[in-house]
Design a protein around this ligand. Structure first.
Ligand code: 0X9
Ligand code: ZN
Length: 416
């Protein structure tokens, strides 16, 4: 559906709030995808026409596409215990067991850690990778995370592949480069930082985005007995829940909304745990990258404010190097732009690390498919591998071109 103005978008949000449709993607270059239940179709079409909102049908029956994927997944055997496969999307237990097995295989390079636990008690697991992981070190730290949005399945898969690449399980022709990176940096990587949502999107609702804690009453309406007038809402948008410009823009007021930021910053166990952990790394942290899908974008600071930052030229240079490297791998075109140019949104993780931890290099990457894809979150499993591969190359280009590497190159030049 086309959204030509903020006003159009407000109309769509109002239709979401009245239960006529569900927002399916955020608004991207003048359009937004919405999901309409069969029973609401006629009424919804009339409402859109009466508001002069232009629309077309992208997918007639989303349910059948999702259930076909589900059937395929149920038929596919999971990889043997401890192993990973990129032929299919994997459950949380497969990701976690693979991290454990990597720690066993590479005891001098890899050590798992627990960031914290989720509302439903699942571990938020991570792996620290560096050349001398058994010793304490003051090396600059790089944090990568995936899966903050539940339905963006290619994100945890890509982050797992990056872990495998750093350790030489895949991309073996890059062994020399990887050992250079592990000499210079310590990587902290957590592939699934919204584990309740991720599992829920596998078991119950493929298109679930948020966390899973009870978040309030529909339209904030309570009844006389202290219950909800309409119904209870679940989940908070974990990428609106960070303590930066909280709740100001692109953050739903209704607890049932897809972008509901929560009652207050960090009231979700997962965002609290991840931000606390990041805080402990502050002195060393030089790069933060969070992987989302979809639209094929490399998003640079800031995301809550469209004003260009003073170092816009620097971000342009880094981003161009990244999208160039991504393109060179498999020919996929990603766009390099300021995060708020997609849409301004308050309370996201990259902005918090940027503003509150004072890290210059904080980026959000929107993985495949491109923005015109009809069911963007449901990227066909055959595309997991190329997506992951191009993002190994993208990450290397990012590290090679970021401020710290440039400073180091200058130091080395002075030295000789
Ligand atoms: O809306 C989001 O949180 C991200 N897009 S997604 O479709 N994966 O949900 C984009 C975050 C970029 N940040 C800002 N624009 N602030
Ligand atoms: Zn996302």
């Amino acid at each position: 559906m086309s959204v030509r103005s903020r006003h159009d978008f407000e109309e769509v949000l109002a239709l979401e709030s009245s239960g006529n449709l569900a927002l399916f993607s955020e608004s991207r270059s003048g359009h937004v995808d919405v999901l309409v239940a069969p029973g609401n179709l006629a009424q919804c079409q009339n409402l859109l026409k009466s508001r002069d909102l232009k629309f077309s049908v992208q997918v007639e029956d989303v349910g059948s596409v999702v259930s076909m994927e589900r059937k395929k997944l149920l038929n596919a055997a999971p990889p043997p215990q401890g192993q990973m496969s990129y032929k299919n999307y994997q459950r949380l237990s497969v990701l976690h067991e693979h991290l454990d097995s990597l720690e066993t295989s590479y005891p001098w390079k890899a050590k798992t850690f627990i960031v914290g636990t989720s509302h439903e008690g699942r571990n938020i697991k991570g792996i620290r990778i560096t050349s001398n992981v058994t010793e304490g070190t003051d090396k600059p730290a790089i944090w990568l995370d995936g899966g903050i949005h539940a339905r963006e399945w290619v994100s945890p898969a890509t982050v797992m592949y990056i872990i495998d690449a750093l350790l030489g399980e895949v991309e073996q022709d890059k062994a020399e480069k990887m050992s250079e990176l592990l000499e210079m940096f310590q990587f902290y990587i957590s592939p699934s930082i919204n584990p309740d949502g991720y599992e829920y999107s596998h078991d119950h609702d493929r298109l679930w985005r948020k966390t899973r804690a009870m978040s309030g009453c529909k339209d904030n309406m309570m009844n006389w007995f202290g219950g909800c007038f309409y119904h209870v809402c679940y989940g908070v948008d974990p990428n609106r829940n960070w303590d930066v410009d909280f709740g100001r823009v692109n953050a739903g007021k209704d607890p049932c909304s897809q972008t509901y930021p929560g009652k207050k910053p960090f009231d979700q166990k997962n965002t609290k745990a991840v931000s606390d952990y990041l805080g402990t790394l502050q002195d060393n942290l030089v790069l933060y990258v969070t992987y989302h899908s979809y639209s094929q974008l490399f998003l640079t600071p800031l995301g809550y404010n469209e004003t260009a930052p003073i170092n816009a030229e620097y971000y342009k240079g880094v981003g161009d190097a990244v999208v160039g490297a991504i393109f060179a791998r498999n020919g996929a075109k990603y766009i390099n732009q300021q995060s708020a140019a997609l849409y301004a949104a308050s309370g996201d993780s990259a902005d918090w690390v940027h503003d509150k931890l004072g890290v210059t290099d904080t980026y959000t990457i929107e993985l495949r498919p491109d923005e015109n894809s009809p069911i963007g979150f449901d990227l066909p499993a055959e595309q997991i591998l190329p997506t992951a591969q191009e993002n190994v190359d993208g990450l290397i280009a990012l590290i090679d071109n970021m401020e710290l590497s440039q400073l180091k190159a200058e130091d080395d030049a002075d030295f000789f």
